[in-house]
Design a binder for this molecule. Structure first.
Ligand SMILES: Cc1ncc(COP(=O)(O)O)c(C=O)c1O
Length: 437
């Protein structure tokens, strides 16, 4: 491959230790199906679907073709006060995949925008019904809901919150459900921990239910290291929200579009939220897109008020033609290739592969659900994250891309992954673990 013809310095990289990266960069220049190509020409097996998003695999021809055709036909059209067919068609397809009654789709351009939109819809829904005093939002520790002020406020990652001031007022957090003493090396949903949902009753009692607008959770917490909900936990949250008229939001930015072997985690768990935020897999990450799926009673509450703009919220690029074309082609590909089924069928083999790393040096937990798995390493004394980062670097050198959060290694491959590629992922990670102190 040719030498770099650009300077690394001016790009202020997100969520990256810029000085460390720029001193020893990892640059990819192309991708196809399950692999990236590094600038030195090496093939890198993508065990994290980019950032949990390339669910259909890289540079898939039907998606690329649809984007090209759309760019040549209608590059942009507003979705304010006029329309084009894309978002209407895509909304219908998404609603068909979502559980019954989740019938209405609002489009944004990222997971962060999707989450902020969902929180705003919940607040405005209560107001439309004459309960505008319901303003309190409840998130969860160790949650990641993006970087908008709404998502950050309900999120529970300290480093995402620490330097950005006071954020939204009126936010509480449920405890997270991760407890190594109780659930280390659980396969699938842990048996322990459903009682942690009862904390919601305590928070609601503190403020009085009449002041609480919404609860938002990732059905499986992704970015903080694949924290799988204990058996019965989500069901309890749903029941408590029902009892008190609270809107339940599932943030399915990672779990949506097949990650658990069903269209959404809501389908997988059989727990139906009032709103779902989505992004990533809807276009297999080819064009940025996010959005919110709403149940009928939510949409209807807006549509029965006075004539005029019912929801004063939207983005220039809501329903962007390229994103819609990519989304339609992606959903068709999921269907035509049976990719959600592939994820479902492979999940047992994937679970076995992940758990084969139990007993490897420094491994203190392995956990998984669907095609998501985490391998948690003990931190080096006084140096949290150092061991995880070394694992990431060495994996890349060994030809495999993983995702790390501190000392937790995460895998979430594209849904086209094969059995032998699953084996390759865990055997390469195993070799790396054996090589690092
Ligand atoms: C659950 C969840 N919500 C929201 C986001 C934010 O999405 P984006 O980075 O597209 O803004 C993410 C990103 O990883 C996520 O995992």
């Amino acid at each position: 491959m040719s030498a770099r013809d650009y300077d690394l310095e001016p790009f202020w990289m997100p969520f990256t230790a810029n000085r460390q990266f720029k001193a020893a960069p990892r640059i990819v220049v192309a991708a196809k199906d399950m692999h990236y190509t590094a600038e030195d020409g090496r093939k890198i097996l993508d065990s994290s679907a980019g950032l949990w998003c390339v669910n259909a695999g890289h540079c898939r021809e039907p998606i690329v073709r649809a984007i090209k055709q759309q760019a040549e036909t209608l590059d942009f059209a507003p979705s304010f006060q006029m329309g084009h067919p894309g978002p209407f068609r895509l909304a219908q397809s998404i609603a068909q995949l979502a559980p019954a009654d989740l019938d209405y789709v609002f489009f944004a351009n990222s997971g962060s925008e999707a989450v902020d939109s969902a929180l705003k819809i919940a607040l405005a829904y209560h107001r439309a019904r004459g309960e505008g005093q319901r303003t309190r939002l409840i998130g969860r520790e160790r949650a990641y809901h993006g970087v908008g002020f709404g998502g950050m406020s309900v999120g529970g990652m300290t480093l995402n919150r620490k330097v950005f001031g006071a954020m939204l007022p009126g936010v509480d957090h449920l405890p997270h459900t991760h407890n190594l003493e109780q659930m280390a090396f659980s396969r699938g949903q842990p048996e322990w921990g459903a009682h942690l949902a009862d904390e919601l009753e305590r928070i609601v009692a503190l403020h009085d239910a009449s002041n609480v607008a919404a609860v938002i959770v990732e059905p499986v917490q992704g970015s903080t290291g694949v924290i799988v909900p204990p058996k019965g936990y989500l069901e309890k949250l749903r029941a408590i929200c029902d009892r008190h008229g609270i809107v339940l939001i599932f943030d399915e930015v990672i779990t949506g579009f097949g990650r658990l072997g069903k269209a959404f985690a809501a389908n997988y768990f059989g727990v139906i939220p009032d709103l779902i935020s989505f992004a990533k897999g809807v276009t297999s990450a080819t064009v940025p897109m996010g959005g919110v799926i709403a149940r009928k009673h939510i949409y209807d509450a807006f549509m029965t008020g006075p004539e005029g703009i019912e929801l004063f919220h939207g983005y220039t690029y809501s329903g962007h033609p390229l994103a819609c074309a990519a989304g339609e082609a992606t959903l068709a590909l999921y269907h035509n290739e049976g990719l959600f089924e592939n994820a479902r069928t492979l999940s047992a083999h994937f679970e076995d592969g992940a758990h084969s790393l139990k007993g490897f040096p420094n491994v203190v937990d392995v956990r998984n659900l669907g095609l998501m798995a985490a391998i948690e390493l003990a931190p080096r004394p006084g140096k949290p994250g150092a061991r995880g980062y070394e694992a990431l670097v060495r994996c890349f050198e060994a030809g495999i891309m993983i995702r790390t959060t501190g000392d937790i290694l995460a895998c979430s491959p594209p849904l086209i992954v094969s059995k032998s590629q699953v084996d390759e992922i865990f055997s390469k990670i195993g070799n790396v673990l054996k090589a690092i102190a």
